[in-house]
Write a protein that binds this ligand. Sequence first.
Ligand code: AMP
Length: 249
Amino acid sequence: MFSIKMRSSLGGKNGVGGKHISGAERIVKSCDVEKTVSSLLERARNHERGKADFINLKIQEVNENEAVRVPLLKITSKKTSSKSEGRSFAKSELLRIGVSEVAVKNAFEALESLSDSMRGAIVLDADSGERLDSFGMRGVRCSNMDVADKDKYEKKLSELNMAGEHAREALVLASKVAWAKGALAELCWSDDPNYVTGYVASQKFGYTRISVMKDLGDYVGGRVFFVRLPIDLDSYIDYLQNQVVLVEV
Ligand code: AMP
C-alpha cells in the first residue's frame, strides 16, 4: 500500500508563511495511487479557503503488516440550530463521557480564543484540564490513517446520509484517536468557513455529529484530544503521528 499526503497553502514563499488551504492523506493500494493524487490536487486547487499556490505531495510505500486495525466508531447525530446550542450540547456530551468540568472549560476557552486555526490538536488532561503537549500553536497532528475498505466505507456513509470529505476524514481520524491508549474523548469543529458541523467522539459513546457548532464564514476551527492519566505521553504522540492505522468498517 502507499501513503499519500497532501498539504497546500496560498501566499507564502516556497510553501512557508502562507495561509493553510487544505491537507489530506490516504493509504491506498498501489493501483489507486494515480487517481488519488489527482483528486487531492483537485481539492487543493479548488478549496473554499482559496486556490493553493503551493502544493506538497508525499508518496511513500507502507507495509500493510505493520498497520494496526481499529473499528470505526459508531455514529449518531444531534441536530442543533446555532453555535451556542451546538457548543452547549458538546459540553454536556464531554461531561457525560467523564471529562471534568475544568477540562471542558479549558478546552472551550483554548479553542474560542484562537485567532487563526492551528494545524493540529491540543492534548488536555481530562481531569486537571492542563495542556500536556508542547506543540504550541501547531498542535499535535494525527497522521497515517485511512479506512481498510474504501467501498464499504462509502456505502456506509451514504446509508447514513453523510456525504462529503469532511465527515469521511473526520470519522477516520476520530476512530484512530479514540483507540489510542489513554484516550478519553475528542472535541472538534472545522476550520472550513462553509462547514459548520462539529463532533464529540469517544470509545464510550462513539462519534456524535453536531450539526451546527460555529457560525457560517468562520475560518477558525480546532481540535482537543482529552486523555486520562497515567499515559506515556511520548508513546501516545508517537501513535497519533506515526502508527499506521487502518479503520475497519
Ligand atoms: P478540519 O476538520 O480539517 O477542518 O480541522 C479542524 C481543526 O482540527 C484544524 O483547524 C486543526 O486545528 C485540527 N486538525 C486538523 N487536522 C488534524 C489532524 N490530522 N490531527 C490533529 N488535529 C487536526
